[in-house]
Design a protein around this ligand. Structure first.
Ligand code: ZN
Length: 139
């Protein structure tokens, strides 16, 4: 996926996450939290509630998806409400002559898991490595 495509989808993902974040702070959102908390209070402590959005792009040919952004809200009896936004860094590469932009942690060629701990950084799925198959791009 080229940087300009990634940036547009990332803007939509960011706006989607912002809407859910704003919802939890609104009157209807606070009412929803109150209703969830009321039900949890009547249930055994082992129950909890999770609400999340995962904004992903799926590629049929790769049979893989990129997770652009995620937001989660967890409600657990006896604990403070937990809100988590996952906002991965943008990573731009040139792979076999083509620009490829992916969130951190994804291979720019096959979208598999991208290991930063290996030297050079690379993909355990397709074998793509920085310096051999991919170059880090400035944009
Ligand atoms: Zn790969």
């Amino acid at each position: 996926m080229k940087t300009e495509h990634y940036q547009v989808l990332d803007e939509v993902a960011r706006a989607t996450v912002a809407e859910l974040t704003a919802f939890w702070k609104s009157d209807p959102g606070r009412e929803m939290i109150h209703r969830i908390r009321s039900v949890l209070a009547d249930l055994p402590e082992c129950y909890s509630t999770y609400v999340g959005i995962s904004f992903q792009v799926f590629d049929d040919e790769r049979e893989r998806n990129l997770t652009l952004r995620e937001t989660e809200a967890m409600f657990v009896n006896g604990r403070k409400d937990l809100f988590i936004d996952k906002d991965p860094d943008l990573c731009s590469f040139v792979v076999e002559g083509s620009a490829a932009t992916v969130p951190a942690g994804f291979c720019p060629r096959c979208w598999g898991p991208w290991g930063q701990e290996s030297q050079p950084a690379g993909c355990s799925r397709c074998g793509c490595t920085v310096g051999e198959d991919a170059e880090v791009s400035g944009s």
